[in-house]
Design a protein around this ligand. Sequence first.
Ligand SMILES: Cc1cc2nc3c(=O)[nH]c(=O)nc-3n(C[C@H](O)[C@H](O)[C@H](O)COP(=O)(O)OP(=O)(O)OC[C@H]3O[C@@H](n4cnc5c(N)ncnc54)[C@H](O)[C@@H]3O)c2cc1C
Length: 420
Amino acid sequence: MQYSKNFTVAICGGGLCGLACAVALTRAGISVTVFEASSFAHEAGAGVGLGPNAVRALKGLGVFDAILARSGQPQPAPRLFAFVSGNDPHERIFDYETSCENPIALAIYRPAFLDALIALLDPSVIRFQKRCTSINISATGKHTLHFSDGTTHEADLIIGADGIRSVARRHVVGDYSADPLVYTNTIAYRGLIPTEDLLNAGIQTDLTDRPICFLGLGRHIICFPIKGDTVINVVVFLSQPDEPPRSMLPSPWVEAISQEQLRSSCKDWGHDPMIIVNHLTNSNKWSIHALDPPLPSYVRDKVVLVGDAAHAMLPHLGAGVGQGFEDVLVLVQLLTHPQTEKSNLGDVLAQYNDVRLPRANSVLQGSAETGRLYDSFRTSAQDKARLQKELTGRWEAVWGHDLDADVKNALDVLHRSNVF
Ligand SMILES: Cc1cc2nc3c(=O)[nH]c(=O)nc-3n(C[C@H](O)[C@H](O)[C@H](O)COP(=O)(O)OP(=O)(O)OC[C@H]3O[C@@H](n4cnc5c(N)ncnc54)[C@H](O)[C@@H]3O)c2cc1C
């Protein structure tokens, strides 16, 4: 087969970011192989919310229409959160307003999202049940991926899209002990509840008009509809925001829990949060980890990180995968540029790093701050005013970022420094 570039690419991890990257690179005629540890049988069946910046990145990658078609939502639409007291009588604290131009967004069931991306790829591009255990540089100067089944694969460029527990990140930071992955003192219980069941149980807050955040002290609940409003995606967060982050917990980080355990963690909360908690029958408990401090580089040798591998963050801005899609868009635009070739890959990756690292790391830090804000709510008039002030404009920098300008800046540097 004739390829458009004189370099080969291996993508470690076939999650949302790895697959989106594979689709765009193969469409540009680049030789790509994706190595995915799972068979996808265990993918968590939760929903994921995409802000306007994520929608623009997916459009730029040419995959948005395929995703929209599987979302159950006829068109992307604004998703502006309403913040409601978790205590009775569920006072409305704040309705987020945006000045962002065209603030369209989408919420989608994760397995449907993955299916949409896989359908856009030639099956020969993805190898399932291939868990990468390490990366090194071979005598030929190529990078070698080593897998748990004893096999290896060589490529000129490795894209680490292997999520929060990334093996590729260990190569980039150079040493396992230098990996800044920590437990954030946050637990999340995730589940999906039929909208009708909540209505029949007498829930008072409208959960389909806007995404809702029920606020509390050391806890909050995120709710948004998916599958054409028939199902509510729920995440209950319990946190100790003032505790310093702790070193990584032993596996497993995701465990099934009993209804009684969840109910006892949420007792003394208002009418609507308790209805939600009582309906989370098949929920999993997630111990939320994140990078703290953020990475000082997303690139080492010809290994480049995207998505959670680069900037695993707390989910409180609903922006983790959106940052991953921004990474992928910038990386794809640079790699597919007519003047990018094997000999200048190092310079091109350095520009990716210069553009993406400050942007994604600032969203990572904003996500942690937002969690502290949500979980410090104390139902007083003074507190309400403080929250309104702090929440105003919080998503504007995330949603309004100009990615085209980032790519242009990176290309300008490559031209000015005679790499192109
Ligand atoms: C409770 C919660 C709610 C969230 N809600 C949102 C939201 O609403 N909006 C949002 O933008 N973000 C949200 N996020 C964050 C979002 O889930 C992540 O940012 C996103 O999944 C990252 O995508 P990724 O492709 O980088 O990694 P992943 O989705 O984790 O994919 C990584 C892939 O790599 C594979 N893999 C792992 N290790 C290896 C290996 N060694 N070898 C080969 N393959 C490997 C995995 O099997 C997986 O398929 C949430 C996160 C949590 C925890």
